[in-house]
Each structure stands twice: as structure tokens, then as C-alpha cells.
Write a protein that binds this ligand. Structure first.
Ligand SMILES: Nc1ncnc2c1ncn2[C@@H]1O[C@H](COP(=O)(O)OP(=O)(O)OP(=O)(O)O)[C@@H](O)[C@H]1O
Length: 365
């Protein structure tokens, strides 16, 4: 587990303490122990700091910060962590330039799926990964607006592939970059499906660790076709706590189960509202639904996000809490969910996302 050579002037005794702490450490993200997923490559002294070089297989900068904080509390040793991300593709596929594809889905429309997709993309980025979004909502693409890229048009450098749009180091592709608003709404299923395939396979994605696919709302034919067509490593379901949204979310989970795509968990959006004046939490749309749903379907409640005016305003203005204030309260909530998604995707490799070229197709009853 440890590198053979620790060429540094860090005293042996301190190195031993760090190695011992590392070998025994776990937290919410490294639930199986950090030493089982990450590699401690070196302990070196740089200027006045001790630098730990750690290689990690999924986006986890926040959890590594937590590790450094806990090391300080426990041993009084202050370190800087230099993380070398080495994210591996979980499922083999032919989409060039992309390692892992994650579908973000909701059974019901309007629960905040696109908003959550954008913020989780920025959150994964804040955790250290290179991220892209593919807007699969052919009939109502909202990603261009949410990224502040309205009215932008795709270009091509080689006449064969499309260049993804770039904003704040995030790459994105959407039908909204290809045709005028409303034009795609008259397309029939096969045409929409072809357009989606083109966006997925003919975009010049560059070294993307996680491609988040913002799925169209619902669990109808289009959604099923997409779930079957895309070599998705895993899916995340977004819901609100309302009964009606939860019922639709169960259909979403069932759909992915039927096409053999593992569901990493459920994100409960607009879960509560914190009063600006008294700070009290009000559960406007009910309470406990997401938890119940995840228990019933044996999946995880990845997080509960507030109903917050800033989330709504920023989405409308093409901004994100993660960009405006990446260490703020809301940003940290998104980052925690993002890190859980990255960790779960890695941990369930081989068992739930088999390394297969084939896409398992089964008719949903
Ligand atoms: N946590 C939140 N707090 C406040 N407003 C939110 C939150 N999440 C989403 N919204 C707002 O709710 C509205 C719907 O969000 P969004 O478009 O992301 O939903 P959706 O599920 O993707 O919808 P669609 O069914 O059209 O795909 C938007 O105005 C968005 O800004």
C-alpha cells in the first residue's frame, strides 16, 4: 500500500504516525477505509509543510480535506494533501473521451432534476473531477439556460464531430445548441432518439471523468429507449417529498432495475425550507418520503436539498451556488451528495455495473 521510497526530511516518527492513521481511517465517503480505496504515494516536506501525495479512484477532494482535518485533530500533525485523481471507467463502452456515464432521472417533471444535474456537475468538479453534461431532454432542453449558454450554437473543428460547449470548465451538449427552441418538439420518437445518439457519440468529449445525462422527465418510451441505448454505469433519481413525486420516483427506480442499470440512490430536492427570519426548518411538501422510498427500494437517500430562493435564482441566471460560493452551505450539501455518488459508483463496480460491451435490453411491462 505504501510507496517504498519516502525521500523527504519528514522525521520517521511522524511518517509512522501518518501511515498508521491512514491505515485505520474511515469517514462517510471512505466508509470501507481510506487505505482500501486510495494509495498513499509519498510523504514529503515542501517548504514548511508536510505534503501527502495520495492517489484516489473517484472524486473525493472534500473527504480528503476531512481526512487532513481529522489527522490534525488526532495527531496534531498538519498536512497538505496533493490528490492525484485516477478515475477508472466502471463500465466498458464506446463513447470516446468519456469514462463514466451517470443518468440523472426523475419520474415526475418539475422536481428540479435539471437544476440538480447542473449543481451536481459543478459539485463533482469541485471534488476534483472533469465533468460534462448531456441534455437528453430533446423536447424541453433547459441545460443551455441553466449554464448561461442560451442561443449558443455548436461548432465543429474537423467537420465530423461537434465541439461541446464550455463554461466554467464544464463541457455540455444539448439539442438547444443545435436547433431553435420549439423546433424539436415536433420530432417523432425515432428522430429524437437519433439526435440523442448523435449528441452522445459525435461530440468531441475530452477526458471526461463523469458525464451526467439529464434525462427527460417520466418513465415512458423515450426514457426507456434512452436508458437502454446509453451505456450508463449507474443512475441517480431526483424527487421531491410530495407523495405524487415519490410514486413517480418508484417508477423511475423500477425502470432502471428492469434495464439492469444500478440506481446509486435518491436525492430529495426541495426537501425543506429554512425561514430567513427565525431559521426554522419547514417541510412544505411533507417529510420522510425520500427515506421511506430508499428503504423500500433498498437504495440510499443520498441527500436532502433545501427549497431555496438562491438555487432558483441562480438556475434562472445561468449560475450556480457552487461557482458563486463553493464553500457555502448549499454548495457543501451538493458536494457531499456528489462525493457519495462518485464513491458509490466506484464501490459497486464489478458487481452492479458489469464490464460489458453489451447493453442489456428487456421490455418493460
Ligand atoms: N432546491 C430548489 N430550490 C428552489 N428552487 C428550485 C430548486 N430546485 C429546482 N428549483 C426550481 O424549480 C424549477 C424546476 O426546476 P428544473 O427545471 O430543474 O426541474 P426539472 O425536474 O428538470 O423539470 P423538467 O420536468 O422540465 O425537466 C426551476 O425554476 C428551478 O429553478
Amino acid at each position: 500500500m505504501f510507496s517504498k521510497f519516502f525521500k523527504s526530511s519528514v522525521p520517521e516518527e511522524i511518517q509512522e504516525k501518518i501511515k498508521t492513521f491512514f491505515s485505520q481511517y474511515s469517514n462517510e465517503i471512505f466508509s470501507q477505509g481510506i487505505a482500501n480505496v486510495c494509495q498513499l504515494l509519498s510523504i514529503s516536506a515542501e517548504k514548511k509543510s508536510i505534503v501527502l501525495s495520495i492517489s484516489a479512484p473517484f472524486a473525493c477532494d472534500g473527504a480528503l480535506d476531512q481526512f487532513a482535518q481529522d489527522l490534525l485533530t488526532d495527531t496534531n500533525i498538519s498536512v497538505l494533501v496533493d490528490c492525484q485523481l485516477n478515475i477508472a471507467p466502471i463500465k466498458r463502452h464506446k463513447v470516446a473521451g468519456v469514462k463514466n456515464i451517470i443518468a440523472i432521472s426523475s419520474g415526475k417533471g418539475g422536481v428540479g432534476k435539471s437544476t440538480t444535474t447542473v449543481n451536481l456537475a459543478y459539485a463533482l468538479q469541485a471534488e476534483g473531477a472533469t465533468v460534462a453534461i448531456l441534455d437528453a431532454d430533446i423536447y424541453g432542453p433547459s441545460i443551455p439556460k441553466m449554464l448561461g449558454l442560451e442561443k449558443q450554437r455548436v461548432t465543429s473543428a474537423d467537420g465530423k464531430t461537434m465541439l461541446p460547449m464550455e463554461v466554467n470548465d464544464l463541457s455540455a451538449m444539448s439539442i438547444g445548441f443545435m436547433v431553435d427552441e420549439g423546433d424539436a418538439t415536433v420530432w417523432r420518437g425515432p428522430m429524437a432518439s437519433r439526435a440523442f445518439n448523435q449528441m452522445l457519440n459525435e461530440t468531441a468529449w475530452q477526458d471526461i471523468d463523469y458525464l451526467l445525462v439529464d434525462m427527460p422527465p417520466g418513465t415512458g418510451d423515450i426514457q426507456l429507449t434512452l436508458a437502454q441505448q446509453v451505456p450508463v454505469a449507474a443512475a441517480v433519481i431526483v424527487t421531491t417529498p410530495q407523495d405524487i413525486a415519490l410514486v413517480d420516483a418508484t417508477k423511475g427506480i423500477a425502470m432502471f432495475n428492469k434495464v439492469n442499470v444500478p440506481v446509486l440512490g435518491v436525492v430529495e430536492n426541495m426537501s425543506y425550507h429554512v425561514c430567513n427570519n427565525c431559521g426554522e426548518k419547514a417541510h412544505l411538501f411533507g417529510q420522510g418520503g425520500g427515506e421511506l422510498l430508499s428503504k423500500e427500494y433498498n437504495t440510499e437517500l443520498l441527500g436532502q436539498l433545501p427549497l431555496d430562493i438562491s438555487i432558483c435564482q441562480q438556475a434562472d441566471q445561468g449560475k450556480s451556488s457552487l461557482i458563486e460560493n463553493s464553500a457555502g452551505d448549499i454548495a457543501m450539501q451538493y458536494r457531499k451528495i456528489a462525493a457519495k455518488i462518485a464513491a458509490k459508483l466506484y464501490v459497486q463496480r464489478d458487481t452492479l455495473s458489469p464490464q460489458s460491451n453489451e447493453i442489456f435490453i428487456k421490455q418493460v411491462d
